[in-house]
Design a protein around this ligand. Structure first.
Ligand SMILES: [Zn+2]
Length: 61
C-alpha cells in the first residue's frame, strides 16, 4: 500500500519531525498538530498549506 510521507525539514524547518499515513487526508492533521506544538503555528494559511502539500511525498514503502 502506498504511503504518504512528510518531512518537516522539507519545508525549510530546522526540525527532524517526520510523519507518514495511508492518505494525505490522514497525514494533514498530524502535520497541523506538530506545527502547532513544535512551531507555534496555530493556523495553516494557504501559502503554508501549499508548501506542505508539495513536501508530502508518495512512497511505496
Ligand atoms: Zn517540525
Amino acid at each position: 500500500m502506498a504511503k504518504y510521507k512528510f518531512k518537516c525539514s522539507d519545508i525549510g524547518m530546522d526540525c527532524k519531525f517526520t510523519s507518514s499515513a495511508a492518505s494525505k487526508e490522514e497525514l494533514m492533521p498530524k502535520i497541523t498538530e506538530h506545527a502547532g506544538k513544535a512551531h507555534n503555528i496555530t493556523e495553516m494559511n494557504d501559502e503554508l498549506r501549499k508548501k506542505v502539500n508539495s513536501a508530502v511525498k508518495k512512497s511505496l514503502f
